[in-house]
Design a protein around this ligand. Structure first.
Ligand code: PRP
Length: 186
């Protein structure tokens, strides 16, 4: 049987390293929001954020609510598109009662989060902050800095822990670098 692990050139961030770092971020989030009288809403951006979101929400100790949005950006290529479309919107009443923390797997050009922060503010959230597992600052096209970040990584084609290539590899328990021949031959 062919395993998805066989397509990985190298493990960039191991399962243990991710687990330790997620615990540290959860502590930072607990400290940051424990002073607020609003309800914390973790807003995961589908699909890449699901693994990080599931781990993070278990490790945060203050009460959290969760919700999800889906926006399109990449399609099936390695190059990010500049057009964003909302495919699943956030439909909640009384968003002014929520501190919203947008949860992402990765920031690349910065366009998705830059757009979403403004969008959620316009919807009337009490506050809007961002949390990403991975950040690739070398790929930025718009200025954007996350409030909470797991790892800053180089410009490699990463997969696993929610991140896909052509919808594959999301279930890998670590962040790995995909073998270049798998995307270069497309
Ligand atoms: C990825 C990632 C972010 C976005 C980051 O999503 O999850 O949402 O791209 O890129 P940016 O900083 O250039 O905007 P993708 O569109 O691949 O969808 P997915 O999460 O469903 O895999």
């Amino acid at each position: 049987m062919r395993s998805t692990h066989d397509d990985v050139l190298k493990v960039l961030i191991s399962e243990d390293e991710i687990s330790k770092r997620v615990g540290e971020i959860a502590v930072q989030i607990d400290e940051y929001y424990s002073k607020s009288d609003k309800k914390l809403l973790l807003l995961g951006i589908l699909k890449g954020s699901v693994v990080f979101m599931a781990e993070l929400m278990k490790r945060i100790e203050i009460p959290v609510e969760i919700d999800f949005m889906k926006v399109s950006s990449y399609g099936g290529s390695t190059v990010s598109s500049k057009n964003l479309t909302i495919l699943l919107d956030l439909n909640r009443k009384n968003l002014e009662e929520n501190d919203v923390l947008i949860v992402e797997d990765i920031i690349d050009s910065g366009r998705t989060l830059s757009y979403l922060v403004d969008y959620i503010k316009l919807k009337g959230a009490a506050s809007v902050r961002t949390c990403t597992l991975l950040d690739k600052p070398s790929r930025r096209e718009v200025d954007f800095l996350p409030d909470f970040c797991g790892f800053t990584i180089p410009d490699e084609f990463v997969i696993g822990y929610g991140l896909d290539f052509d919808e594959k590899y999301r279930a890998l328990p670590y962040v790995g670098i995909l073998k270049p021949e798998l995307y270069e031959k497309r």
